[in-house]
Design a protein around this ligand. Structure first.
Ligand code: ZN
Length: 149
């Protein structure tokens, strides 16, 4: 079966006459996933503010999951673990809003933690450092005190 992207690549010779708007979504998804792997999660935010079309692509749940698992493959060799442990590592994050600043952030419930940049792993099975908050600076001081004990 020939995909839309395969068809497009056969027409690559005509690329000089095309604009970005002419590219099919599947090709933009492929390009954006590479950009996100190189630049990390900040690329998702940057691409999402370009236009509604880009936003729809990069904020799509399937795209986010695909990119997350591509990132995961770049930081952990899942095949070296048991099938059961692979399932535990291969958990998708959820997007939540910070209790303090209201900005969206990645909330992990196990699995691998990182900023989505290829080859960069922050940790495996770390407890979220500040549950409900996007960062250390947004977390209330008493929350930090209880975690140090
Ligand atoms: Zn915050």
């Amino acid at each position: 079966m020939v995909s839309l992207c395969d068809t497009y690549w056969h027409e690559i010779g005509e690329l000089s006459t095309r604009t970005l708007e002419d590219l099919p979504d599947c090709l933009l998804e492929t390009i954006f996933s590479k950009v996100v792997l190189c630049e990390g999660d900040k690329a998702i935010v940057n691409l999402a503010v370009v236009c509604k079309r880009f936003s729809a692509i990069v904020l799509d749940e399937d795209f986010l999951k695909k990119v997350h698992y591509e990132w995961l493959d770049s930081v952990v060799n899942l095949k070296s673990f048991s099938t059961e442990y692979q399932k535990e590592l291969k958990k998708m994050y959820t997007i939540r809003l910070c209790n303090a600043c209201g900005q969206p952030y990645k909330a992990f419930s196990g699995g691998c933690i990182g900023h989505g940049k290829k080859g960069e792993l922050l940790g495996i099975y770390d407890e979220p450092p500040h549950p409900g908050y996007c960062s250390h600076s947004c977390a209330p001081p008493d929350l930090d005190d209880t975690q140090d004990v």
